[in-house]
Design a binder for this molecule. Structure first.
Ligand code: NAP
Length: 243
């Protein structure tokens, strides 16, 4: 029960990694605000957690929706103490074929969306002189990936955002860290060719793809008191794939 009484907001909580993060916070006593593009997408996660959780609709690429959703969370649940920026999309294609729209969309959701949510929680966290922000980046933000120039740029940008927020608000008792998952079995990776999945399994020393629970464990650690003296860090959760 590490998070009893804490208000936690998780974006992209409808499925995959975000759902698992929200569920684990719920299991450890948190009041969880589960966000997804539509309230009905996030509702099953909130229902699975129970009465302490609520669902909110919020497209993180829309500043008006972000501000409205976080204002509603504060009214209904109290000020957000822990923010997990997990919402993300891919629009993979080779650079030569990548449209400006594909590039902008991925940056707008993955990077600017996180920045919008950080801004929305900054005032209450500074007032409380306590806060935890965890950004879900990716190993491709550290290494790059062919066919993912937009996605890798957004995930590298998240690491820069993490470092800057850590420096800017550390003196106010707020930490900001990132996680960089490798290949995690979710809808986002369901389309990967069998051959590619096998290669990941063969290459990673831990010999398997990751699960949402693998990522959630690291996120909850970064939000916990045990990580109270850590900020600006990026934890790689990839089964050793990038070693
Ligand atoms: P997923 O299954 O595709 O889920 C994506 C989540 O993001 C959904 O909850 C979706 O909500 C939400 N979302 C998408 N666009 C949004 C928007 N504009 N505004 C608000 N929410 C939005 O993805 P996942 O695999 O769980 O990935 C979660 C995070 O981990 C992403 O940031 C991803 O880049 C990162 N990651 C994943 C992997 C992996 O291998 N899976 C590896 C490294 C990093 P709706 O249901 O409403 O669409």
């Amino acid at each position: 029960m590490r998070f009893e009484g804490k208000v936690v907001a998780v974006t992209g909580a409808s499925r995959g990694i975000g759902r698992e993060i929200a569920l684990q916070f719920g299991l450890e006593g948190a009041q969880v605000a589960c966000l997804a593009t539509r309230v009905e997408n996030a509702a099953p996660t909130a229902e699975a957690i129970g009465p302490k959780a609520r669902a909110f609709g919020c497209d993180v690429s829309d500043s008006g929706q972000v501000d409205a959703a976080f204002a509603q969370i504060e009214t209904e649940m109290g000020p957000v103490q822990i923010l997990v920026n997990n919402a993300g999309v891919t629009r993979d294609t080779l650079l030569m074929r990548m449209s400006e729209e594909d590039f902008d969309k991925v940056l707008d959701v993955n990077l600017k969306g996180a920045w919008r949510c950080v801004k929305a929680v900054m005032r209450p966290m500074m007032k409380a002189r306590w806060g935890r922000i965890i950004n879900v980046s990716s190993i491709v933000g550290l290494s790059g990936a062919a066919g993912q120039a937009n996605y890798a740029a957004s995930k590298a940008g998240l690491i820069g955002l993490t470092l800057s927020v850590a420096k800017e608000v550390g003196s106010r008792g707020i930490t900001c860290n990132a996680v960089a998952p490798g290949f995690i079995e979710t809808e986002m990776t369901a389309e990967l060719a069998e051959e590619f999945r096998n290669k990941v399994v063969e290459t990673a020393p831990l010999g398997r793809l990751g699960t949402g629970a693998d990522v959630a464990g690291a996120v909850l650690f970064l939000a916990s008191d045990a990580a109270g003296y850590m900020t600006g860090q990026t934890l790689v959760i990839d089964g050793g794939l990038t070693l």
